[in-house]
Structure formats: structure tokens, C-alpha cells
Ligand binder design. Structure first.
Ligand code: UT7
Length: 325
């Protein structure tokens, strides 16, 4: 049988650690508020590395762990909402730095669900276009789009990157997956790009500069979406939650994860969480957590893991993987 497996994982986060107490020196907040409302203790904030720099370091680890060379990579799909530049895509910068000269490379944008979308796209392209080894990356420097004067958002986010090598194999390591978009409420989480401005516009309306979020609206969406997405992907795979060893959710808020565990009537330990150390790293959160899960719990061949994401768009999706290495 021909299938697709995750052959290697990697992650990288900036060395600059900003804890809640330090944030209290910048905005009117406290360690107690951030910890009880979100579960976050600290986040890594870049001072000299852009999104591509983080991605390149994560990819080097993933390629090494997959025991392949950069020239074996023929596809790079990078999920980000904080690219280095508008042109070229961050994936192109990563391709050049890694010397992946045989690859086709592009970015995708699906906010915090970006990695789930990227994995699904890479899987489909490997199947339809006969690619052999894909780098699938989630990489972000959210610190450059958050408003550091807005305590309702700046305490939540962090910078980082995670990557996997997704390869053609005789085994099937992607059991089931789906991606969906419900755009009706996209206004509740937005981050602007350049203004529309040209010599033909009389009254130039300036965009706001930073990320803006209706936290409570997104919270409601997230709590129902995680639960429904896990149920949906299990149903598609004809599996039950008891057959799953770990769930790696998007790392936004510990309360969202605890609520989901309660609704699904499962031990919250089944959810792998690391948001206390990184905050919400958007598209990078799932691959960073997956790499850490692999390192810390020593994933065994045959382990089944659900990856589940939700975020701006509003986007959501889930994947069931079988560990095959
Ligand atoms: O990855 C994208 C997905 N994003 C998410 O999943 C985020 C989802 N939303 C959330 O996680 C939560 O809604 C937040 C953590 C953003 C906020 O928690 P909350 O329990 O919904 O708090 P709230 O917005 O209801 O605010 C409660 C109070 C307000 O004060 P008043 O109006 O009650 O006096 C806020 O002004 O807390 C205040 N507040 C803060 N206080 C100290 C808001 N942010 C802070 C802060 N420090 N950083």
C-alpha cells in the first residue's frame, strides 16, 4: 500500500523569554490575571530573527531527524500570517537558505489553523503530483503585529516555528483529515495589511496597524470547534476517542483545552499542552507541540495522535496521524 508518513519533526523558538511579570512593566496586567485566564507563564519574543529565521532552524532539525538531505525535499508548504515580506513568500527564503533546490515552495494563510491546512495541502499534492518529501512548516513572529499597548492581546501571543518532513511511504501515517472555514464571523479576529492607497483615491482611509480580537467571541468559537472537530475526524475515520493516544490542540488558552476535555469526557492529560512556556504561536503552535511531544514522551510506532486547530478566518480542522517511525 502507498501512504504518507511524518518522517521527522523539528522546532525552534527565540531565546528571549518574556514572563508575565516582565509584561506587567509594559501594560497594566499581572501574572495572576494572565495565568488564571489563559495558563500562560511566559512566551518567547524575537529580537533579531524574522519568521524565516525561525522556520529555517526548525526545518534543519526536522530534516536531520528524517535522515534525508535538503535535496530530497521537493515541496515546501509554509503556513504563516506574519511573513518576512509580501514577495517572495517566506517558503522561498527558507528554500534558498536550506538549499532545497529541487523544491516547489509557497506560503499559505489560515491563521492559527495554518499548519493543519498546510498538512492537508501537502498530503494532497504528494498524492496527486507524486512528490516524495515535503517540508510542512508553521512559523510566526506574532510580536510584529500585536499592539504592545493593548493588554487584551499582547499577553497572549509568542514567536516560534515548527516543521515536519512528510514523506511518501509504504505505510499510511495520515489516517484522516479535514479542513473547514466559517467566514461569517471573520471580523472577530483581524490583522491588517497595507492600506489600499493610490493616486486615484480622494479620501485615503488608513487601516489600523495591529491585530485585533474579540476574545470572548473567539473563545466561544474555539470551545465548540475543538470538540466538534475531534468528533468529526474520528467519525470520518470510523474510530473512537479511546483509540487515540494523544491530542495536540492549537495552544491558545488552557481553559479552552480543559473545557474540551470535559465535554469529550476524557482525561485532560490526553491533550498535550505547552502553552505555559510559549503562549499562542498561531500556525507554529501545533508543530512545536508535536515535536516536543515526540521528544518528551518518546512516541512509539503505531501511536495515534489527533492534531486539531482553530483560528482567524474563522478556520478549523483536524488530522489523525499514526506514528510510523
Ligand atoms: O489563536 C487564535 C484564537 N484565540 C483565542 O483562542 C483567544 C480566545 N479568547 C480567550 O482566550 C479569552 O477570551 C481571553 C484570554 C482573550 C480573555 O479572557 P476572558 O476571560 O474572556 O476575559 P475578558 O475579555 O472577559 O476580560 C475580563 C476583564 C476585563 O475587565 P472588566 O471589563 O471586567 O473590568 C478586561 O479589561 O479582564 C480585563 N483584562 C485584563 N486584565 C489584566 C483583559 N486583558 C487583561 C490583562 N490583564 N492582560
Amino acid at each position: 500500500m502507498e501512504g504518507i508518513i511524518i518522517k521527522g519533526t523539528g522546532s525552534y523558538t527565540p531565546k528571549n523569554v518574556i514572563n508575565n511579570i516582565k509584561l506587567g512593566e509594559i501594560v497594566d496586567t499581572s501574572d495572576e490575571w494572565i495565568l488564571t485566564r489563559t495558563g500562560i507563564k511566559e512566551r518567547k519574543i524575537s529580537i533579531d530573527e524574522n519568521t524565516s529565521d525561525l522556520a529555517i532552524k526548525a526545518c534543519k532539525i526536522a530534516i536531520k531527524n528524517a535522515k534525508i538531505s535538503s535535496l530530497d525535499i521537493d515541496l515546501i508548504v509554509l503556513a504563516t500570517c506574519t511573513p518576512d515580506m509580501l514577495i517572495p513568500s517566506t517558503a522561498c527564503i527558507v528554500q534558498k537558505a536550506l538549499g532545497c533546490d529541487n523544491a516547489v515552495s509557497f506560503d499559505i494563510s489560515a491563521a492559527c489553523t495554518g499548519f493543519i491546512y498546510a498538512l492537508d495541502i501537502a498530503k494532497s499534492l504528494i498524492k496527486s503530483n507524486n512528490y516524495k518529501n515535503a517540508l510542512v512548516i508553521g512559523a510566526e513572529t506574532l510580536s510584529k503585529i500585536v499592539n504592545w499597548e493593548d493588554r487584551t492581546t499582547c499577553v497572549l501571543f509568542g514567536d516560534g516555528a515548527g516543521a515536519v518532513v512528510l514523506s511518501k511511504s509504504e505505510e499510511e501515517g495520515i489516517i484522516e483529515s479535514f479542513c473547514k472555514t466559517d467566514a461569517k464571523k471573520y471580523e472577530c479576529l483581524v490583522a491588517p495589511s497595507n492600506d489600499l492607497n493610490n493616486p486615484f483615491i480622494k479620501n485615503h482611509i488608513k487601516n489600523e496597524k495591529y491585530l485585533k480580537m474579540d476574545g470572548q467571541e473567539v473563545f466561544k468559537f474555539a470551545t465548540t470547534t475543538i470538540v466538534n472537530s475531534i468528533k468529526e475526524v474520528l467519525e470520518k475515520a470510523n474510530m473512537t476517542i479511546d483509540e487515540i493516544d494523544y491530542i495536540v490542540p492549537h495552544q491558545a488558552n488552557i481553559r479552552i483545552i480543559e473545557h474540551s476535555a470535559k465535554k469529550l469526557k476524557i482525561d485532560k492529560e490526553k491533550f498535550y499542552t505547552n502553552l505555559e512556556n510559549y503562549g499562542n504561536t498561531s500556525a507554529a503552535s501545533i508543530p512545536i507541540a508535536l515535536h516536543e511531544l515526540n521528544e518528551k514522551k518518546n512516541l512509539k510506532k503505531g501511536d495515534k495522535i489527533i492534531l486539531v486547530g482553530f483560528g482567524g478566518g474563522l478556520t478549523f480542522g483536524a488530522t489523525i496521524i499514526k506514528w510510523c517511525v
